[in-house]
Design a protein around this ligand. Structure first.
Ligand SMILES: NC(=O)c1ccc[n+]([C@@H]2O[C@H](COP(=O)([O-])OP(=O)(O)OC[C@H]3O[C@@H](n4cnc5c(N)ncnc54)[C@H](OP(=O)(O)O)[C@@H]3O)[C@@H](O)[C@H]2O)c1
Length: 336
């Protein structure tokens, strides 16, 4: 089958013929009809994740899929041939930029019936990230206030809608052209990050979802109330994540050291910092399916590439929004 692979880190993505996926007894073979693009794809290609995700090259790229079930392992009970499904496959079993992929049943869910396959493929990784940040880690409650950075991006568009569904007041940062767009998604307070300083405008927040890291994360700590929490998805990684990953002692030390500065700053302010690296979950995806079909969450697909354009699609992830790389929501590769 055709697939797009990384042969060496930093090298070009290449279209090659690869063997059919091996389908384990608890796996579902999915005919890929659409594959969402994520910043993670470009970071993997560039080798930025090789310590955390040590793939054996060549590696098929791609972290999101929507498609049709064309095979099931002997012990699969929840899916049947012909089902339309979607998933963020486990981080150790990625490879959705291909004609087919075998996904563990535990990571898969039926796709929302109310949206297209392309829209479904835009959801898993970012919606699971938003869920794990706001629901699982953040325990966001009705009436609480949350700052969601980069509201017009893949994670931001879904996180704003999920936070509103949970009953929170939502502040977000965008560039001027996206102010009306994020208001339509439900944002209550919209800050133009190019002309305004969010730290001067916000105070007493319960939760921040930071997708930028660095100075942005440091400033984010200062908009929290005492006891508030900042969840970082762009880093730095912390020791809890190193443990979760089963990292060796050296990597653990490195991760602890990388986050020691921000954790110290958080302690001084009486707030906490946690790094989140999202994980696959079919159970959480089923809850996301229900929210999409009830109208609470709307996927935002800003651009669709043809499967043959996968190399250009991944290249587009490396272009910053200031240089015309910015789209609203997600880019998706389509094979339909
Ligand atoms: N740890 C995890 O599990 C995890 C999961 C998902 C994503 N991530 C990471 O989180 C980051 C965001 O992911 P994404 O998929 O949402 O990316 P994305 O869709 O590419 O986000 C791009 C958005 O960033 C906005 N932006 C750029 N600079 C900004 C600034 N200074 N302040 C506020 N917004 C700014 C742009 O806004 P405008 O267009 O309005 O200028 C654009 O909409 C990436 O680094 C990704 O790798 C991590």
């Amino acid at each position: 089958m055709r697939a797009f692979v990384v042969n060496r880190y930093k090298g070009p993505l290449q279209q090659v013929d690869v063997p059919e996926p091996v389908v384990g007894e608890r796996d579902v073979l999915v005919q890929v009809q659409a594959a969402g693009l994520n910043q993670l794809d470009e970071k993997i290609r560039a080798g930025e994740f090789k310590l955390i995700l040590p793939y054996k090259l060549p590696q098929i790229l791609g972290n999101d899929v929507a498609g049709t079930v064309v095979g099931v392992g002997a012990k699969v009970r929840g899916f049947a041939l012909g089902d339309e499904v979607y998933a963020r496959p486990d981080k150790d079993r990625i490879g959705t930029f291909a004609e087919r992929i075998a996904v563990a049943e535990a990571d898969l869910a039926l796709k929302p019936a109310s949206v297209s396959l392309e829209e479904a493929a835009s959801l898993p990784l970012v919606a699971l990230t938003a869920w794990q940040a706001l629901v699982e880690r953040g325990n966001l409650q009705p009436g609480q206030r949350v700052l969601i950075h980069a509201g017009a991006g893949g994670v931001g568009t879904i996180a704003i809608q999920l936070a509103k569904h949970l009953g929170a007041t939502v502040a977000t940062t965008v560039s001027a052209g996206n102010v009306d767009f994020v208001r339509e998604l439900g944002a209550d307070v919209v800050i133009d990050y190019r002309s305004q300083d969010f730290e001067e405008l916000l105070d007493g927040y319960d939760l921040v979802l930071d997708s930028l890291g660095g100075k942005n994360l440091e400033k984010s700590l200062r908009v929290l109330r005492p006891g508030g929490k900042a969840i970082g998805i762009a880093g730095p990684p912390d020791s809890a994540f190193a443990r979760e990953l089963g990292a060796n002692p050296v990597l653990r030390l490195v991760m602890t050291a990388l986050s020691s500065g921000i954790r110290r700053q958080a302690r001084r302010l009486g707030v906490t910092y946690e790094f989140l690296f999202m994980r696959a979950s079919g159970d959480q995806l089923r809850q996301i399916t229900a929210l999409v079909d009830s109208g609470a969450l709307r996927p935002v697909v800003g651009r669709i590439f043809d499967f043959d354009q996968t190399v250009q699609a991944v290249q587009s992830l490396a272009v910053p929004s200031t240089e015309g790389g910015g789209i609203r929501g997600k880019a998706v590769i389509s094979r339909t």
